[in-house]
Design a protein around this ligand. Structure first.
Ligand code: UD1
Length: 338
């Protein structure tokens, strides 16, 4: 049974991925500094899967601790690296924190991997690397654009660091996964997104507004060049997204003739506007969302959705959940919190 180190494994996408890795028979070690999650998530993962994953509270830029974890006879085969700061606005206020935190942790892992014979690293990247693409849907060959935020820049730089390290002739491989907009929660409502303070992302804010925790959802702009004037994104179910990590890990560990670095878009292939998403939520749950149109948010791109055919064909993966079911899962999760 292969052993996988999941950094940031108690976070939103990380926790869902740990559940799917365990279901697929992998043994999981989580390293998380709990900066944006709680140890209770580890118990909740255990309740879903029937097996509490091995957990170490640590920062993965701490080389001493990480060397200990790799060396403890653990025989780690692969890494999925989620641990990172991810708030776009915060990154504008604290750029050095973002560069230090997101890049140091990655470089520490890359330095230790050859020493301990780790075969590969799956990296959490983002469609933010494409900026506003010239062609839609956007595929993996599209050029990366100047990043809109230090957060986005850390994703671009991380991709470049991985590529350069692999090109230097190390023996491990990497798969870079470019997520579109992950939303929803595990159907059990044991795990989901736990925003710190006021949510910055659309769906957590929407479900809090629907629950009466927020007075109203502000829709950032209805004067974009889109059919209803609001921005368009590709919203991907978090469990579907988690499953993509399992197939990516399998490919990285087993495939002999694969490229040493591969890039995959993970989205549904369908663009949905903010107003459409609100309408779909209301229809799927029967709950009204109080909302108001307001000014555009600085840094938002107008529209983006994925061409995920490469992941469909090569990984044999596709997004399966409907937007209705995904929004129902987000609502169920929200209700479990109040
Ligand atoms: C951003 C990041 C992305 C990151 C993701 C998760 C960029 C360009 N995008 O995505 O890389 O992975 O966050 O952290 O850096 N909206 C509202 N009202 C709200 C909140 C959002 O109308 O209260 C709208 C936004 O204008 C946008 C859409 O909803 O059109 C989605 O916004 P959000 O959930 O914040 O994700 P992104 O900005 O697309």
């Amino acid at each position: 049974m292969s052993k996988i180190l999941v950094t940031g494994g108690s976070g939103y996408i990380g926790s869902h991925t740990v559940v799917e890795l365990q279901r697929a028979g992998y043994e999981v070690i989580i390293v998380d500094n709990l900066s944006n999650s709680t140890v209770g998530v580890i118990d909740r993962i255990g309740r879903i899967s029937g097996k509490r994953p091995f957990f170490v509270k640590a920062d993965c830029s701490d080389r001493g601790v990480m060397r200990d974890i790799f060396g403890r006879g653990n025989g780690i085969d692969g890494i999925i690296h989620f641990a990172a700061s991810k708030a776009v606005n915060e990154s504008i206020d604290k750029p050095l924190h973002y560069y230090r935190n997101n890049l140091d942790s990655l470089m520490t892992l890359l330095e230790l991997m050859p020493e301990f014979g780790v075969k590969g690293i799956v990296f959490s990247s983002s469609c933010t690397v494409y900026g506003q693409p010239d062609l839609l849907p956007v595929d993996e060959s599209a050029p990366t654009k100047v990043a809109e935020s230090p957060y986005g820049n850390t994703k671009q730089i991380s991709e470049e660091i991985i590529r350069d390290v692999i090109n230097s002739g190390v023996s491990f491989k990497s798969i870079i996964l470019r997520y579109f907009n992950p939303i929803g929660a595990h159907p059990s409502a044991e795990i989901g997104e736990l925003p710190n303070g006021t949510p910055q992302n659309l769906v957590p804010f929407l479900t809090q507004a629907a629950a009466g925790i927020r007075e109203e959802l502000l829709v950032f702009g209805n004067d974009y060049n889109t059919p209803d004037g609001s921005c368009i994104r590709d919203y991907i179910n978090v469990v579907d997204l988690a499953k993509a990590h399992v197939v990516a890990m399998h490919r990285m560990l087993e495939c002999l003739e694969c490229d040493s670095v591969e890039y995959y878009n993970l989205g549904t292939g369908k663009g949905v506007s903010v107003l459409e998403l609100i309408d779909t939520f209301e229809r799927a749950t029967g709950i009204r969302v109080p909302y108001r149109i307001t000014a555009r948010r600085a840094g938002d791109i107008e529209q983006i959705w994925a061409d995920s055919r490469y992941a469909n064909e090569v990984l044999g993966w596709r997004a399966e959940e409907t937007l209705e079911d995904t929004l129902r899962s987000a609502w169920k999760w929200q209700q479990s919190l109040v």
